[in-house]
Design a binder for this molecule. Sequence first.
Ligand SMILES: [Zn+2]
Length: 332
Amino acid sequence: MRFSKTKKRYVKPEEETFHDSSESGEIEKADGGRTERRMFALGVRKSTALVKIRPRFSKPGLWLDIGSWEGPDLNASLMHALGKAGFYSAAFVLQRVLADALDLDPQEIEVASMVRRKIHENENPVWVGEIVLADRLANGSGFVRELSENFSDFSDLCLGKAPRNSALKSPFAEYLLSEAHAQSCMTACPRCLQTYFNSVFHGLLDWRLGVMTLRAIVDKHYVCGLDMNFDYPEFRGQAKVVEKAAQLLITAAREQLQWLFKPEEDCPVALLRSQDVLVGVAPGIWTRDAHEYYPPMQRFIEEHNPDDLPVCWVDVFNTLRQTTWVLKVLNV
Ligand SMILES: [Zn+2]
């Protein structure tokens, strides 16, 4: 994590892959019979404080990148959506908890940007997502500085752990991670992450994905259930969400997929089979081959895969929202 006070540019650099129609567009210019098309963006500059949060390392089997949706690769496009959903949801969890703990209006803290960064592990380049939070007021108001200086306390609150500073409380975080909320909220609701001011992001928000992504960033031992340890608040109520996603796949595939394993509260994954592939519906930010890196998950798959079919994991986020695209990737 890096803290800096710098000039924040609202002009989006060319390499960023998302475009807000209110700020960017295309312009065509006729030149001697040739038409040239150029991208443009409008923006203003503001000096304020910002904090950048990104993983310091990658984890095999976990998707901590936001990827790129450019090009015809449908699978890359789905993984891009999953990464963006995880990082944006994590950003809004942090924004709401920080505002709650400091007794602020959440609008004081802006989710300013989400970018892709290259980090190096053993000299090999690895891409990860990066959350950028900023003070809304010009010249900074000290709120993201507070987050930067006491990051572990605020992240502990977000993850349901007791912070070192016991005076710091967040009723919002307690409700977010509670059994009552987990049982009533499938992905996001107005009582957790959805507000009027972030309505443009509602399609991406999922409180479980946000908490999983944040925990994966700060806890180097956390592997999002791939070690068969689902004893975290973000997995509460997840079994019925996974079951709904799997049922959508079965219906869309017109009975070409059959149940192998129905999700249970202490093991919220679904296994389905077609003639040629075993489809796993993952409860979190798993890659397509996630089980290969973790012996407990490998053993679980072997138990339910007597025909030794190739295994492919799909995520709940895309399966609930883009079921037919997920089926296309699976080629079922
Ligand atoms: Zn909710």
